[in-house]
Ligand binder design. Structure first.
Ligand code: PPS
Length: 317
């Protein structure tokens, strides 16, 4: 009897917690900025984002959301700190590297302005963005900043984005899995079309200082890809430091690192009990989500949308 009472009490507490979250956090709407849907707070400050002044020694990590940003951020920081894990734990990922366009005023516990953080940061700065290349503040290209772009195959990117929408109340409601697949295919998701994003940055890499990487290559051979990043950043790493970076940026280690796993950020916005930020970190998880019919429809549409690019993705290893 006692057990039943306690259980009912905890259920009631959970319910109250849910209600509190719903009351304080209203899921964001999307607003069109030059044809790209962005979260309402970003659209509101768009003029300031566009006018952002990059400095020549800035490094920018650009990705479509859920393509491996946080992983790349940790790799870059570890390279810059010459493998010193303590220095990399000075702050959470979110604060070490300003998320350029992200703006969130409410709730106060999750207040964040990427612009303010970046402007106050001494050089050399490393920043993150999910903007498609046509919305990148022009100063980054004018200043010839180094940009690392990471792309992930569409199906795994979609799966990761779906679970992220479920757990992150800063994003619109994803609807059902079926509905979300449709939204992704039509680009009606934050930061817009995956297809335009990966193709746009791919085209830009021919003209600008952009290192274009793939999540699948990083999974296949992290050491090789970390070496590529180090070379791009003009950093010499000893074999010992390189191995240390490989180890400390593995999914298993990062999942347990509170400075990289987002458990210390976005209190009341991200609910890791619904789906952890560090969810699976694998290639081909899409096979556990797509039905045969969904896969067929997706492939047909994919072929059309990707027919005008030389860009090729691996959907499995
Ligand atoms: S965000 O919110 O856009 O910045 O998310 P992002 O960091 O781009 O992507 C999150 C996904 O990357 C996985 N991840 C990793 N995979 C492999 N190795 C490491 N070290 C790693 N760190 C993060 C994370 O688990 C998310 O993918 P899914 O498929 O959801 O697990």
């Amino acid at each position: 009897m006692e057990f039943v009472l306690i259980d009912m009490f905890s259920l009631a507490m959970d319910k109250m917690k849910d209600l509190r979250l719903e009351e304080t956090v209203i899921r964001s709407e999307l607003f069109d900025v030059d044809g790209v849907p962005l979260a309402e707070p970003i659209a509101r400050i768009w003029d300031q984002v566009w006018k952002f002044k990059a400095r020549p020694d800035d490094v920018l990590i650009a990705t479509y959301a859920k393509a491996g940003t946080t992983w790349t951020q940790e790799i870059v920081d570890m390279i810059q700190q010459n493998g010193d894990t303590e220095k990399c734990k000075r702050e959470t990922t979110y604060k070490r590297h300003p998320f350029l366009e992200w703006y969130c005023a409410e709730p106060p516990s999750a207040r964040y302005s990427g612009l303010e953080l970046a402007e106050a940061m001494p050089s050399p700065r490393t920043m993150k963005t999910h903007l498609p290349v046509q919305l990148l503040p022009p100063s980054f290209l004018e200043q010839n900043c180094k940009i690392i772009y990471v792309a992930r195959n569409a199906k795994d990117n979609l799966v990761s984005y779906y679970h992220f929408h479920r757990m992150n109340k800063g994003l619109p409601d994803p609807g059902t899995w079926e509905e979300f697949v449709q939204k992704f295919m039509t680009g009606k998701v934050p930061w817009g079309s995956w297809y335009d994003h990966v193709k746009g940055w791919w085209k830009a890499k021919h003209k600008h200082r952009i290192l274009y990487l793939f999540y699948e290559d990083m999974k296949e051979n992290p050491k090789r890809e970390i070496q590529k990043i180090a070379k791009f950043l003009e950093k010499d790493l000893s074999e010992e430091v390189l191995n240390k970076i490989v180890h400390n940026t593995s999914f298993e280690v990062m999942k347990e690192n509170p400075m990289a796993n987002y458990t210390k950020d976005f209190e009341g916005i991200m609910d890791h009990s619904i789906s952890p930020f560090m969810r699976k970190g694998i290639v081909a998880d899409w096979k556990n989500h797509f039905t045969v019919a969904q896969n067929k429809k997706f492939d047909e549409d994919y072929e059309k949308k990707m027919s005008d690019t030389s860009l090729v993705f691996r959907m499995e290893l």
